[in-house]
Design a protein around this ligand. Structure first.
Ligand code: HXC
Length: 530
């Protein structure tokens, strides 16, 4: 059917979007409201925000997203509370800006809380905007990024704000493993404002201007008499070195937002998508001769596993997650032959690379993220075992260590591992071993696969024997197990390679696994030991 031309011709003097001179008074009124909304809580509060060294909610969006890509929705939403003087003030948008945009040309859905409007607190309407955004992201299959700067539940609204938060939490859980969720903490976040980020995949904080706590210092003081500053209670330092709540800390908001842009480049848009390819000029078959000399002669001497990773990955670059928490294990994103990989590595430089509770939690959470989003796992192993002692045992190292075992066993993405030196005891089993369905298990000639180190082992099995005979047994033990050959002879290692060939070999193996597919028995969900 060919439609007739409109009865309104180009020459008619009627409202027409092509006629920029013409002003529709209805639109003018709406545009005036929109313009006011652009200022959030007003110029004065914006100045206060700037004085604190913070950007406004809108400025943050303009830094985070590709220029001109932001499409806002919900600009005119207002709160509906009539109590405690709330009937006298209202701000279009109700303290949160929601919409979609592009990062490096790929879609994301974003909300940005505006501290200049009721301290960014979450009302019924504010929550409804975030929920709608999350629902749209789920339908579109695109990541959700939250820019959080909020005093938590809006106190004046009582249960309506609590209900609103809980609706957000439910959606965080529904979206978990479906689309990546990233939380940026850009101010004081209390109460519900921290539980939503806690349910997401990555939490990034700004040093000295962002805080996360369930209850602020005033409440802490009144309940426990403890005097503590916001920074001491829940600053970026605390959460990226001690609690493990956040995955990254940056010196200012610009650095943080550019880190989020970078993170997104490693990720697929959703769990049915593959991460984007970023081919580099780094040759796939580049030999790494320095790796041939990286393992010290003396097994007691540490080395930095970061130096190994740098040699192997594209452009020597790993984007580490939570680098200053549980430094005995490294987790981060990198690329091999242009493909995103998740790297997990014991670091012998810290506590000899031993696995402890924090390391197990850090690595297992990262592994589960990668597995949810089709990111292959590359594991570098140099680990003397799990950390012994009452502190760890009483704190539940059995339960937490089991998380790591569970995460590797459950992961169905390609799993490649390289043993560089020690792979002792339970840690051998855990770290992506062939028995946990590792796809490719390689070792360097310096690898040692054993139940434990030689001295401890001989003391157990030859207890009370003469020193001379024990020394002989230690030598025999080292001859047998301080080599990859014993494990390789059993077929538990696919190959023993020259360290210099590690990069080229991993890239070739990774390509072979491109279409890996595993089917598992049906279950509602497993019961990971939490
Ligand atoms: C309503 C709030 C608010 C809130 C802040 N404001 N928090 N309004 N509800 N939750 C308002 C303030 O009244 C103030 O308005 C403006 O925001 C700025 O706040 P200030 O206190 O002046 O700013 P600052 O000194 O920087 O302190 C920020 C803050 C503090 C640390 C966030 O405001 C604070 O402690 N707020 C309460 C935090 C809290 O306990 N929230 C409830 C958590 S319970 P005016 O007009 O005066 O400028 C919760 C339940 C969910 O969230 C549970 C889920 C499990």
């Amino acid at each position: 059917v060919r439609y007739q031309h409109s009865a309104i011709s180009d020459d008619d003097e009627l409202p027409d979007s092509r006629d920029r001179e013409h002003k529709d008074p209805r639109l003018e009124k709406i545009e005036a409201i929109r313009q006011k909304a652009m200022l959030g809580g007003g110029e004065k509060r914006i100045q206060v925000q700037h004085k604190k060294g913070k950007l406004t909610a809108r400025e943050r969006l303009s830094v985070l997203l590709d220029p001109g890509s932001f499409l806002e929705s919900g600009t005119f939403v207002e709160h509906r509370c009539r109590d405690f003087g709330m009937d006298k003030t209202s701000f279009s948008g109700d303290g949160v800006i929601t919409g979609s945009g592009l990062i490096a040309g790929r879609p994301v859905f974003v909300y940005s809380q505006d501290f200049t409007v009721y301290g960014g607190s979450l009302s019924e309407s504010h929550a409804a905007k975030i929920c709608r955004l999350m629902d749209r992201a789920m339908k579109a299959g695109a990541p959700i990024i939250g820019l959080n700067d909020s005093g938590g539940a809006r106190i004046q609204e009582g249960v309506m704000s609590l209900a609103g938060y809980t609706e957000v939490f439910q959606r965080n859980v529904d979206a978990s493993g479906v689309v990546p969720q990233i939380s940026c903490i850009l101010g004081p976040c209390a109460g519900g404002a921290v539980y939503s980020p806690a349910l997401t995949d990555f939490v990034f904080m700004v040093r000295n201007s962002s805080y996360m706590f369930l209850t602020g210092p005033d409440v802490v003081k009144s309940v426990t008499m403890e005097e503590v500053t916001q920074e001491e209670l829940g600053g970026a330092e605390v959460h990226t070195t001690r609690s493990g709540v956040a995955q990254g800390a940056w010196d200012n908001e610009l650095e943080l937002l550019s880190a989020v842009r970078e993170l997104v480049t490693y990720l697929p848009l959703n769990n049915r998508d593959k991460p984007p390819l970023y081919p580099s000029s780094d040759p796939d078959d580049r030999p790494c001769p320095t790796l041939d000399r990286i393992i010290p002669e003396n097994a007691e001497v540490p080395y930095d596993m970061r130096d190994v990773l740098a040699e192997v990955v594209d452009d020597r670059y790993v984007f580490e997650m939570i680098p200053d928490f549980a430094r005995n294990v490294i987790s981060g994103f990198a690329r091999l032959g242009g493909e995103t990989v998740g790297v997990i590595a014991n670091n012998p430089l810290v506590l000899a690379g031993v696995l402890d509770i924090d390391a197990a939690i850090k690595a297992s959470r990262f592994i589960r993220f990668c597995d949810s989003f089709n990111i292959p796992l590359i594991t570098f192993v140099d680990v003397p075992g799990f950390l012994p002692g009452t502190q760890q045992e009483h704190a539940g190292v059995i339960r937490h260590g089991a998380k790591l075992l569970y995460a590797y066993a459950e992961a169905t993405v390609p799993k490649l591992a390289v043993i560089t030196r020690k792979a002792y005891g339970g840690a051998y089993c855990v770290m992506s071993s062939q028995h946990l369905r590792g796809d490719v298990n390689l070792a360097w000639p310096s690898a040692e696969v054993a139940v434990m180190g030689s001295k401890g082992a001989i003391e157990v099995i030859f207890k009370g024997h003469s020193k001379e005979s024990m020394d002989k047994e230690v030598a025999a033990y080292e001859e047998k197990f301080y080599t990859p050959l014993s494990a390789a002879r059993h077929g538990f290692l696919d190959d023993v390679i020259a360290p210099r060939d590690t990069r080229a070999r991993l890239i070739r193996e990774l390509r072979l696994l491109k279409h890996k597919s595993v089917s598992r028995p049906w279950k509602k969900h497993g019961n990971i030991p939490l």
